[in-house]
Ligand binder design. Structure first.
Ligand SMILES: Cc1cc2nc3c(=O)[nH]c(=O)nc-3n(C[C@H](O)[C@H](O)[C@H](O)COP(=O)(O)O)c2cc1C
Length: 425
């Protein structure tokens, strides 16, 4: 065969020299973006992104909790499929939100601004962390079309709380994500080992790890110093992280806060409120009783209480407890469009991702975040088509009929069933 004929049959791609463009051109799933993030970040920073608490049992369970469910397609015509839905009463292009992650500028100098741009372009909500490294006003100014949510803790200082709510309202944040899973900080032992504590006490190994990633540290040094401007009064973005800010970070959650404080917050905030970080159906039911608009079932991506249940373990029961009256969002472990299909079939209104968009950010900045959202959207559409549903509404209507709990049947029963099948064949 002549070279010309080979060329007609096989297209050879030109090599791409820029590392981020190479990733954008070649990475085709979230796992590949994870690998690219690992190559781009100093090991200690990657550990901060990736790690879970203590033995990381919950971190591993989060993936397992999706794999436990099998999909059961039904034959029939499919159109579209249409992934549009509503989340908290607003149209969203996908049943997907980007969940808050603190200190995002550690992963890329543009940090939360890059994430916000990608979320706005994709037409999905973004929850900004209270510990974000760009101010909530700056994010709002640079992403005017974004559906913006803000992550807060409950404070006993009503003046401080009211000032924070006023800032959120003035900057056009429509919903509050109230974290209830950080009564104490989870022990992330990778961070302790690396010296990624508050304030940081980097080990020699961490410093060498940073030195080995010149792309990362040159960007980091060129960018503005790392700050947590939402902890300070509005307009004081200029100060670096001071000892008092570290104190606030460490004292971020006040374990003495409870349901009465949530009721107070409900009375103070006219917008939407999402309770983030529970997996107990009793808590979900109580959230509904006191007028929360949604619950984000979450174990903080396995970063807080180790051995905590995964949202997928409690989703069906939670949905049964609240009927259709409360929106349920699921996070912790979502890495594929098929995960979203499973969660929606079991009663979720939407899913939320943390690490996946951070992988995209670390690997390729804002285009990387966009690409990760696109990958999840493509996988969602493909899975919906293969399963046999044309819209999110149809997927939710068909519900549990689409999924089977592979652990539901006793193993002996499954073995007997497959033996009977083999005999019949
Ligand atoms: C690096 C990092 C920082 C996070 N920071 C916050 C935070 O400030 N507030 C919060 O409520 N959750 C935080 N989370 C938890 C996420 O909001 C979310 O619950 C979790 O990442 C979902 O799991 P996933 O990463 O497997 O998608 C953080 C998660 C990561 C990975």
């Amino acid at each position: 065969m002549k070279l010309r004929e080979v060329r007609q049959l096989v297209q050879v791609q030109a090599p791409v020299l820029s590392r981020s463009r190479r990733v954008l051109a070649s990475a085709y799933n979230v796992a590949e973006y994870r690998a690219a993030a690992q190559r781009a970040l100093p090991p200690g920073i990657f550990d901060y992104l990736e790690g879970g608490s203590e033995d990381e049992v919950t971190l591993r369970r989060n993936r397992d909790s999706f794999d436990r469910w099998g999909l059961m397609p039904q034959w029939g015509p499919v159109t579209g499929p249409d992934t549009t839905t509503t989340v908290l009463g607003r149209v969203s292009a996908l049943p997907l939100t980007l969940t808050p992650t603190g200190a995002t500028r550690l992963f890329h100098p543009e940090g939360e601004l890059a994430v916000a741009r990608a979320a706005a372009a994709a037409g999905v909500p973004y929850g900004l962390a209270g510990l974000s490294t760009v101010s909530m006003e700056n994010v709002a100014a640079q992403s005017p079309g974004l559906e913006r949510w803000f992550n807060i803790g409950l404070s006993s200082d009503m003046g401080y709380q009211q000032a924070k709510l006023d800032r959120c309202a003035a900057a056009g944040y429509r919903a509050l994500l109230v974290g209830v899973d950080t009564r104490a900080l989870g022990s992330r032992e990778r961070d302790r080992k690396n010296g990624f504590t508050a304030p940081p006490a980097l080990t020699l190994a961490s410093l060498l790890g940073i030195a080995a990633r010149p792309g990362w540290w040159m960007n980091f040094l060129r960018a503005d110093g790392l700050r947590f401007p939402n902890l300070e009064p509005a307009g004081t973005d200029a100060g670096l992280v001071t000892p008092s800010v570290w104190q606030q970070i460490l004292g971020h959650s006040d374990a003495s806060r409870g349901w009465a404080d949530l009721e107070t917050l409900r009375a103070m905030w006219p917008g939407k409120i999402i309770l983030k970080g529970c997996v107990n159906p009793d808590d979900v039911a109580r959230a509904q009783e006191i007028g929360m608009d949604a619950v984000q079932l979450s174990n903080h991506g396995g970063r807080q209480l180790d051995h905590m249940l995964s949202p997928m373990d409690v989703l069906e029961e939670s949905r049964q407890r609240v009927g259709g009256g409360l929106e349920l969002i699921v996070d912790s472990g979502i890495r594929r469009g098929s995960d979203i299909v499973k969660a929606l079939a079991l009663g979720a209104d939407a899913c939320s991702v943390g690490r996946p968009y951070l992988y995209g950010l670390a690997a390729a900045g804002s285009p990387g975040v966009s690409r990760v959202i696109e990958i999840l959207a493509e996988e969602l559409r493909r899975t919906m088509t293969l399963v046999g549903v044309s819209s999110v509404a149809e997927l939710q209507q068909r519900g549990a009929g689409i999924v089977r709990d592979l652990r539901g049947a006793a193993p002996e029963a499954r073995v007997a069933a497959s033996e009977a099948l083999r005999e019949a064949m």
